[in-house]
Design a protein around this ligand. Structure first.
Ligand code: IPE
Ligand code: IPE
Ligand code: MG
Length: 250
């Protein structure tokens, strides 16, 4: 399969202004998709991987420069060992089968999360995937793997405390930039639009710091059914939102 290169739209200036720079997605509902078909959960995860491909294509098509996908949370390790094993295997084969095409499509891949919790071969593949796409700039794709915002913020606090203790940093010099620069997402823009599929309306420990002013869009579709029309619908909802960032309404 090749990432389909479709003609990009040439939106009017007003539309361009309403496009998010960074879309983050909590990809939820794989298990329910499988259950509805009397299939094992892994079948839902496999179909979910196809939805990831479609969504990457859609983001490129809509000229979204940053896309972050929540693929596996710190808390997902609590799932039955069989499902964790299946998900790990799927991740392993996904990197191998998709990397060349992602690279050819101009995708830069970044991984956020506790990657050292994965088997060594997967860690090596992830590092290789990041290194080999580091010069690409068409789409900045971040995949959250074994990611949890509380763990991320706790690690940042620990590093700040160590810097203060060692005399490298003054306690009263700690500001928001100090914290942001110690997160996995250091140097990347905050999400403008956060989508969650499957109808659930919660954050499940995803990017708690970074989504402070994101617009939240909850879609009833199960993740394995996600494709360009649903992505376009979320962008349309976003375009209707009035963002204020605490300031007085216009
Ligand atoms: C999302 O689908 C994928 C992961 C969390 C790994 P789920 O597996 O959470 O599917 P549901 O929520 O049980 O339907
Ligand atoms: C959040 O979904 C994590 C991912 C989508 C990777 P979950 O399905 O794990 O979240 P909860 O347990 O319903 O909150
Ligand atoms: Mg779920």
């Amino acid at each position: 399969m090749t990432l389909r290169a479709r003609a990009a739209p040439t939106p009017a200036a007003a539309e361009t202004a309403a496009l998010p720079t960074h879309v983050a997605i909590i990809m939820d509902g794989n298990g329910r998709w499988a259950a509805a078909r009397h299939l094992p959960r892994i079948a839902g995860h496999r179909e979910g991987a196809r939805a990831v491909r479609r969504t990457i294509e859609a983001a490129i098509h809509h000229r979204i420069p940053w896309l972050t996908l929540y693929a596996f949370s710190s808390e997902n390790w609590r799932r039955p060992a069989g499902e964790v094993f299946d998900l790990t295997g799927l991740l392993r084969s996904y990197i191998k089968s998709e990397l060349a095409e992602l690279a050819a499509a101009g995708v830069r891949l970044r991984i956020i999360g506790e990657r050292d919790r994965f088997p060594a071969d997967i860690q090596a593949d992830l590092a290789q995937a990041e290194a080999s796409t580091a010069d690409n700039g068409k789409l900045n794709l971040t995949v959250a793997l074994s990611y949890g915002a509380r763990a991320e913020l706790t690690a940042a606090a620990r590093r700040i405390a160590a810097d203060v203790q060692a005399g490298r940093l003054a306690a009263d010099a700690v500001d928001e930039a100090t914290v942001a620069s110690r997160l996995f997402t250091a140097g990347t823009p905050d999400p403008d639009l956060l989508i969650r599929t499957s109808g659930e309306q919660r954050l499940s420990n995803f990017l708690l710091w970074q989504v402070a002013y994101a617009e939240l869009v909850f879609q009833d579709v199960l993740w394995p059914d996600y494709a360009e029309p649903q992505f376009a619908a979320a962008l349309a909802v976003f375009a209707q939102r009035e963002r204020r960032f605490g300031a007085r309404p216009a």
